[in-house]
Design a protein around this ligand. Structure first.
Ligand code: SAM
Length: 274
């Protein structure tokens, strides 16, 4: 009889406060055959704290390819594996994506075990709109890619979530200052830890304070309130008409579109073109 395949559990761990481990995470870590960890020494401390003893396999950014194959083989042999990162949710700016992708290809069952994720804790505590948001991870350090991301931030109407390291926070805030105008910005620092704080100041004040900002931090930025430029406002009615005519539209359709673009009754436009 073919041995049943194992399950890949993606287990979130605390981002500072060990009390944030869930009962389910502890149960899964206790019951799996192997724990794949970003840094085995780091995870060992967590396991020791909760008196869990398990074989550990290291799985990090620099060995993801080779270790993915090993983990998939073990899963195929029926071993249950829990994947953890150093803190928070694996796969979110942490290793995990590769083995998850391969497991899906191999039709191996995946069970995410929810828990802490710095981005979500920061967002909900920031007071900035949570109805629509974009998570951009860390800003790229490559100049060109960074410019593209900053451009994206300057335009998006959705709340933005960024991760940043303390030694780069000043540089990032200076770049953001150039594009943010009067949008709100909040820094969520040391979440779940003793010195947890939400800093709700304008960007200029944040830059002044930047060198004193220590610890781990998330930046939450309000979406852009800029109205999209209405290109038709600068055209005469005739130019507006020709714009659509060149696209091959019929007179009736053009009139309907002009009325909509200019937010005026269709009849007013119709009268101009009879
Ligand atoms: N996988 C993690 C998660 O679920 O949030 C994120 C890992 S990423 C390598 C590390 C970044 O997450 C830090 O540089 C910081 O931006 C953010 N972060 C992690 N823990 C944090 C905390 N306690 N307070 C604020 N930000 C935190």
């Amino acid at each position: 009889m073919k041995k049943e395949e194992g399950i890949l559990y993606i287990v979130a761990t605390p981002i500072g406060n060990l009390k944030d481990i869930t009962l389910r995470a502890l149960e899964v870590l206790q019951e799996v055959n192997i724990i794949a960890a970003e840094d085995t020494r780091h995870t060992l401390k967590l396991l020791n704290h909760f008196k869990i003893s398990k074989p550990l396999i290291s799985y990090h950014r620099h060995n993801e390819d080779t270790k993915t194959e090993i983990l998939i083989n073990k899963l195929k042999q029926g071993e249950n594996i829990a994947l953890v990162s150093d803190a928070g949710t694996p796969g979110i700016c942490d290793p995990g994506a590769e083995v998850i992708k391969e497991a899906i290809k191999e039709k191996i069952k995946i069970i995410p075990v929810p828990g802490a994720c710095a981005s979500i804790q920061a967002l909900i505590g920031s007071g900035i709109d949570t109805s629509e948001f974009v998570f951009l991870g860390f800003l790229p350090t490559n100049k060109k890619n960074r410019k593209v991301k900053l451009e994206e931030i300057s335009k998006t109407k959705k709340t933005i979530i960024l991760y940043e390291a303390p030694h780069k926070i000043k540089e990032t805030l200076i770049d953001l200052e150039k594009i943010l105008e009067d949008r709100k910005i909040v820094i969520a620092r040391e979440l779940t830890k003793i010195h947890e704080e939400f800093i709700r100041e304008d960007i200029h004040t944040l830059i002044e304070k930047a060198q004193d900002l220590k610890g781990e931090m998330v930046i939450i930025i309000e979406g852009s309130k800029k109205q999209e430029e209405n290109i038709f406002e600068k055209m005469t009615i005739q130019e507006h008409y020709e714009y659509y005519e060149k696209q091959g539209l019929e007179k009736k359709e053009i009139i309907k579109k002009i009325a909509k673009d200019r937010n005026v009754p269709k009849n007013d436009i119709y009268k101009l073109f009879i």
